[in-house]
Design a protein around this ligand. Structure first.
Ligand code: NAD
Ligand code: ZN
Length: 249
């Protein structure tokens, strides 16, 4: 794989870089993106109709069961070369911030030290009434488990469509976008706000944008470097060409 010399140079010189990842980074781990149709039992449903507070209000059991099914799939998945390449980037670049929209925990499983989770994590659940995080819950029986403290229904600790993002994470993400020299947008369709605006903010503040995506997105024409293809192939090749290749540039 041949990369623009400008990109290699910028990456070697970068003191601060930020990466935003989306569902595409986990696609090669066997996890479907929201834009793929679902398989199996849930093929007839759209994620947009299940991942909402309204859906949970209407039918908590159905939403709980869908997340239990997704959690099971995520538990079987392993990090792929894209996740590992991001661990390497964090080692090579003095200040590297990783922001993800994924809820699957695969960046942490790969060994990324610090991950800003904008949309929560499917492995945690929290009380829908008092907000208490539960790392264990009683899965026995048919009913949705309840909070030990207030008896409220438990729900996955993820951000649903129409909900606000966690404030501290959002602020950290904006700060990392504002202050970086290089901003990577990887495997994200760039249509889910406010994450989608991070790249533009970074660019306004002088950062160069590197997009890695299997398909063109709304960001592609703004990107300084648009690398089209699979993240699990492009990212490791880019890391190798930049940091493990003997050349004088
Ligand atoms: P998205 O489904 O909207 O877009 C996925 C993007 O990844 C697309 O642009 C697609 O072209 C690209 N892509 C697919 N395979 C790729 C690959 N191998 N390499 C590079 N790019 C690839 O996902 P999104 O932008 O993350 O936003 C949708 C929301 O869905 C997010 O809020 C996220 O929380 C949630 N989600 C998370 C997971 C997960 O945790 N694994 C899975 C599905 C959806
Ligand atoms: Zn509670």
């Amino acid at each position: 794989m041949i990369f623009p010399a400008d990109l290699i140079k910028a990456l070697r010189q970068a003191q601060r870089a930020t990466a935003l990842t989306g569902a595409g980074v986990s696609q090669e781990s066997g996890l479907r993106t929201f834009r793929d149709a679902q398989d199996g039992l849930w093929a007839q449903y759209r994620p947009e109709d299940l991942a909402t507070p309204q859906a949970f209000q209407r039918n908590p059991k159905m939403v709980w069961d869908w997340y239990a099914w997704r959690r099971e799939k995520v538990s079987q998945a392993k990090p792929n070369p894209a996740h590992y390449a991001l661990v390497e980037l964090a080692k090579q670049i003095p200040n590297f911030t990783l922001i993800t929209q994924n809820v699957d925990g695969l960046h942490q499983a790969a060994g990324s030290p610090l991950v800003i989770e904008l949309h929560g994590n499917i492995h945690r659940v929290r009380c829908s009434v008092c907000g208490l995080i539960h790392s264990r819950w009683d899965q026995g029986g048919d009913a949705v488990p309840r909070c030990k403290v207030c008896n409220g229904l438990l729900r996955p600790d993820v951000v649903w469509f129409g909900e606000n993002l966690p404030q501290a994470e959002l602020e950290a993400a904006f700060e990392a976008a504002r202050t970086c020299e290089l901003f990577f947008s990887i495997g994200t369709s760039g249509v889910v706000q406010p994450a989608a605006s991070l790249a533009y903010l970074a660019q306004q503040q002088g950062a160069r944008i590197v997009e890695i995506n299997a398909e063109p997105t709304p960001l592609t024409s703004f990107a300084d470097f648009a690398l089209q293809g699979k993240a699990g192939q492009i990212l490791p090749a880019l890391v190798k060409a930049t940091f493990f290749h003997e050349s004088s540039t």
